[in-house]
Every structure is written in C-alpha cells, then in structure tokens.
Design a protein around this ligand. Structure first.
Ligand code: SIN
Length: 276
C-alpha cells in the first residue's frame, strides 16, 4: 500500500479499501499512522457499519459527550452544519478531547455531505513542530505541565452555548479539565510531541494566566508558522484518520448557505506520559 507524504503534515493514499481492511493492509495503515500522524484515504465507499468495523480494529470507541449522535450508531457522532447555521464545530485549532484524563487516541472522519466549495480541514504535526524548537526551549518545556479544559466551550456560559450550534449540543453538565505534560512521549512512535492546543489548553500549571498566555501564544504561533500544516480538500469518498496525540485540526467555516455533514468516530486513548 503506497502512502504519499503530503507537504507539511500527514500522508495520502488511493490504494486501500477501508471497508475490507484487515491483515497486512491493516498493519500498513497502523504503520502509516505511526509514521505520519494524519492519513487521508480517497475513493472510499464506507457505510456506517464499515466505518464502525474499521474503527473497532483500532480499539475501544469513546462516545462524544457533546456532539449529536448520527442516529445510525451511538458510537458515530455527527459533525454537522446546516445551511441556515452560522457556527460550525471545530472551527478553531484543537486536539480532540485533550481535556480528558485519557485523551482520545484518534478520530476517523468520513465525508457524508459536502458543500459545493469550502469546508476544508487543516491539520498540524506537533511532533515536527516540537522538533523545530530550540534545544533550550525544549528543555524548559519538558519540565512543564498544562491545564486543558472544555468549560469555556461547552460549559453553562461556554462559547458554543451562545451560538446557533447550541441546540445540537448536549452534555452541559459533563464539562471537565485535565492536566498533561507539555511535551509527551508518543505512546507508539516514541517521538517527543508538543501537547498543547489553542482550543483547550488554558494555563501552564503553577503559572499565572498572563504568564501562561504569553508562552502558549508563542507556541501556538510557532506551530502555525513552522511549515508543519496541511490543508485537506474533501472529495466524496474521502476519509481522514488522525492521531490525536500528535496533531491539531481546524475545520473551515466558509460555506454558509450549504449543508456539510461528517461522521466521526473517536478512539479511546490512555493517559499520557512526559517525554523526559
Ligand atoms: C472536528 O472533528 O473537529 C471537525 C473536523 C471537520 O469537520 O472537518
């Protein structure tokens, strides 16, 4: 199975049928995910049952606490924007579920209904972003931990609750926080990864908010400007599979007046270990 490396982040293939993926082709997908962090599969015909069966090969599934269910399977969440809606899900850079004690391993997103143009998804590689920092800053970051939260998004007065997305969302009472090392050791590849993200990382442990803001903003700008991002143009039949411990993603909100519907399965992960 041939994966072609994409500029900046991830790899892409037209060379696999995810609906019948097992044995050596499954091993190849696993290896590619470990190597590239984000995988794009084209020309897929993946029914919701196939989507679920493929995801289960990678482990346990976590049901999203906030997104609507697809109505097909409880384990498949809808990432949906209606044509009369203004706000989309995931419109800022983030890593899924970093506010959980055991953040998600990854997500598998299947395009179900695409707008005529726009609605791209951007990805960033946080292992590459870490590698391109100076040795001095790397040493400092390796001694730090950061607080991740979802209260500012999904809590009572959260950002999403004040938008026209609110009626789709549940789980107001299920908000929470977690603390993770700022630099983690990737559980499968062993690489060091910068594990902070603009959507959910709110503070460096034992630092003031302004101190934290200054460092986090520097790191976020570094990731965005370090040449480790890629932009996915969705086509019918495209599936994206990202390693959530190593990547960020962002969904463009530039297709008002059109519907976009994606099916997402999120895979359970484990607690994260510091790199040092
Ligand atoms: C997300 O999972 O954050 C949404 C990604 C997308 O809709 O492209």
């Amino acid at each position: 199975m041939a994966f072609e490396r994409r500029d900046g982040c991830g790899a892409e293939t037209r060379d696999v049928d995810l609906a019948g993926c097992d044995g050596t082709s499954l091993d190849a997908v696993r290896d590619a995910l470990r190597e590239h962090g984000v995988l794009i599969f084209r020309d897929q015909a993946l029914s919701p049952d196939d989507h679920l069966a493929f995801a289960r090969r990678f482990g346990e599934i976590v049901v999203n606490k906030f997104f609507p269910e697809s109505g097909v399977h409880a384990e498949i969440a809808e990432v949906r924007k209606e044509k009369d809606q203004q706000m989309n899900i995931g419109g800022g850079w983030h890593a899924d579920h970093s506010y959980d004690e055991a953040p998600a391993l990854g997500s598998i997103l299947v395009a179900r209904e695409l707008p005529p143009s726009g609605g791209r998804t951007h990805f960033a590689d946080l292992a590459a972003a870490y590698d391109s920092l100076s040795s001095g800053l790397k040493r400092t970051l390796e001694s730090l931990r950061a607080v991740h939260s979802n209260r500012h998004l999904y809590g009572e007065n959260g950002i999403y609750r004040k938008t026209d997305l609110a009626s789709q969302l549940g789980g107001e009472d299920r908000v929470g926080d977690a603390i993770h090392p700022v630099v983690i050791r990737h559980p499968e590849s062993g690489r060091k990864v910068l594990y902070v993200n603009p959507g959910h990382t709110i503070q460096i442990e034992d630092w003031t908010v302004p101190e934290s803001r200054a460092l986090l903003d520097f790191l976020f700008d570094h990731v965005k400007g370090s040449g480790c991002t890629t932009t996915l143009e969705w086509e019918p039949g495209t599936v994206a599979f990202w390693d959530n411990r190593r990547s960020w993603h962002l969904a463009d909100n530039d297709y008002h007046g059109h519907r976009r519907l994606m099916h997402r399965i999120t895979l359970a992960g484990g607690p994260l270990s510091a790199a040092g």
